[in-house]
Ligand binder design. Structure first.
Ligand SMILES: [Zn+2]
Length: 300
């Protein structure tokens, strides 16, 4: 049976009662994503604190680096600590059904990551190719995963498509299930395959169900190559997000997704120094886009 998923969220707006413990401060709802739900945020718009305004002004001048990590592999607890030690925050996308299984984070490890101020996002229950699934299975993969993560106490607003694989049904389901953004794995500049692609994603992204990123899959992920994605944006002087997609941080040259810890640490050191010098901003995707934590509507 074909799902009748309606465009973006009016149902959510109506169904959106609060989830205990998952409310964001009012200021967070006044972020750039607010126009998509203008009715809900009009009152909050008036109350943007000065520090938020200053940060927005700075973000308008320098690139915002968004560090995202897919799959919730067990190394990501140490990765989160590497970020924290340098005063950086990342977005960690996990598949709830894999938590606690061999090679993946436990729920308590994920809680420690969230407690350190990093963002937890959804990445479906089982990490399958969504476009190969019937609609009802896509819905379960996206919505039941988000429901499970919310139940565990994670304020999940951001979603990433496994393998960056999505179709119109996946896009609509991600929004209907209450996610604020759904991230792919490409669409931003790559020196090999996407030379004419934009260097940064807009703030807020023009397409919240298809947020563009750069995964570097297949590129040598050295600190130098990673840095160039940021310096290119700095040189262009255009505001926006350089959204990185990392997978495992480990020494395995045969793994085309992995990044060597030494190179990753060198890159993070540089990112932290650039942030300190106010030449970039570093924020989680949920923080940049803003918006409240919507519940999963009961009918989904
Ligand atoms: Zn993945």
């Amino acid at each position: 049976m074909r799902l009748t998923v309606k465009r973006l969220l009016p149902a959510c707006l109506v169904a959106a009662t609060s989830i205990a413990g998952l409310q964001l401060p009012a200021a967070a709802t006044a972020g750039p994503a607010a126009p998509a739900r203008a009715g809900a945020s009009a009152a909050a718009q008036a109350a943007v604190p000065a520090h938020t305004a200053r940060r927005e002004a700075r973000a308008a001048r320098v690139p915002t680096v968004v560090l995202t990590f897919d799959d919730g592999t067990s190394d990501h607890l140490a990765v989160a600590k590497m970020l924290s030690r340098r005063g950086l925050k990342g977005t960690f996308y996990v598949s709830s059904a894999r938590l606690g299984t061999r090679g993946f984070l436990s729920v308590s490890a994920l809680r420690a990551i969230a407690k350190a101020g990093h963002e937890i996002g959804g990445h479906t229950l089982h990490h399958e190719h969504l476009t190969e699934l019937p609609d009802s299975a896509q819905q379960a993969e996206i919505c039941d995963d988000r429901r499970a993560l919310l139940k565990m106490g994670f304020a999940v607003r951001s979603f990433a498509y496994p393998f960056g694989d999505f179709d119109e049904t996946s896009r609509e389901l991600a929004m209907q299930c209450g996610y604020t953004t759904a991230r792919g794995i490409n669409g931003l500049h790559r020196p090999d395959s996407c030379r004419s692609c934009p260097v940064v994603e807009k703030i807020p992204p023009a397409d919240l169900a298809g947020v563009r990123a750069t995964s570097q899959t297949g590129l040598p992920r050295t600190a130098r190559v990673l840095r160039e994605f940021v310096t290119r944006a700095q040189q262009e002087g255009r505001p926006g997000m350089v959204i990185f997609v990392f997978h495992e941080i480990k020494n395995d040259p045969r793994d085309r997704y992995a990044t060597a810890p030494k190179e990753f640490a060198a890159f993070l050191n540089w990112v932290a120094a650039q942030k300190k010098a106010k030449r970039i901003d570093v924020r989680t995707l949920g923080d940049v886009v803003g918006g409240r934590v919507w519940p999963v509507p009961e009918h989904m």
